[in-house]
Design a protein around this ligand. Structure first.
Ligand SMILES: Nc1ncnc2c1ncn2[C@@H]1O[C@H](COP(=O)(O)OP(=O)(O)O)[C@@H](O)[C@H]1O
Ligand SMILES: O=C(O)C1=C[C@@H](OP(=O)(O)O)[C@@H](O)[C@H](O)C1
Ligand SMILES: [Mg+2]
Length: 179
């Protein structure tokens, strides 16, 4: 696709929605760089997200996450996938709304659960009942995600490529995103 991005496309939504996987494919389709705030934090800290949570705590991670996102929004327009908690901060939401366009990748609980259940890379789900924790986070966070500029339904039958294509279609409805 020969298009030029005017703003960074920021993928938001729950853990397991596919922000990282779909974001990478979307960047490939648009021919722009892909960045993931979690990956940036891991590289900078030379530690995994789980290690950072265990060693420094969630509050430390959240501050680092907000700063990394602010920095990434200041560079060349790209596709930026953020961690599921990033869009809960009003200051981060405001910055994304000013400098980017946000896309809520919305998936149902069962789909999210099937995608996260086998991985232990998400420290917030290390509870006695991770499925219930996921459901609780989803209910609590939806009002924030609903403030995104665009919503894409990450249906369970869609492949990563299908959802990326749906995201392109959503972006095309916004005249301020592509040249
Ligand atoms: N159709 C699909 N859409 C998105 N992710 C999928 C799909 N099928 C399998 N996955 C996998 O689900 C997992 C969670 O996706 P990920 O991109 O890490 O989500 P997030 O970044 O939103 O937490 C990844 O391993 C991804 O490859
Ligand atoms: O939802 C969250 O609070 C988190 C989501 C994770 O990213 P993904 O949404 O990419 O899994 C990661 O940032 C961290 O484990 C916290
Ligand atoms: Mg991710």
């Amino acid at each position: 696709m020969t298009a030029r991005l005017k703003k960074t496309v920021v993928m938001v939504g729950m853990m397991g929605a596919g922000k990282s996987a779909v974001g990478r494919e979307l960047a490939r389709i648009l021919g722009v760089d892909f960045v993931d705030s979690d990956a940036e934090i891991e590289t900078a800290a030379n530690a995994t997200i789980s290690e950072i949570f265990a060693r420094d705590g969630e509050a430390f991670f959240r501050d680092k996450e907000a700063r990394v996102i602010a920095r990434l929004l200041g560079s060349t327009p790209s596709v930026l996938s953020v961690g599921g908690g990033a869009f809960l901060r009003a200051d981060t939401r405001a910055l994304i709304s000013e400098l980017g366009v946000s896309v809520w990748l919305k998936a149902d609980l069962e789909t999210l659960w099937q995608r996260v259940r086998r991985k232990d890379s998400r420290p917030l789900l290390r509870t006695a009942n991770p499925r219930a924790t996921l459901a609780g986070l989803m209910a609590e966070r939806e009002p924030s995600y609903a403030q995104a500029d665009l919503m894409v339904d990450a249906r369970p039958e869609y492949t990563i490529e299908d959802t990326a294509q749906k995201t392109v279609e959503a972006i095309l409805t916004r005249p301020d995103v592509l040249h």
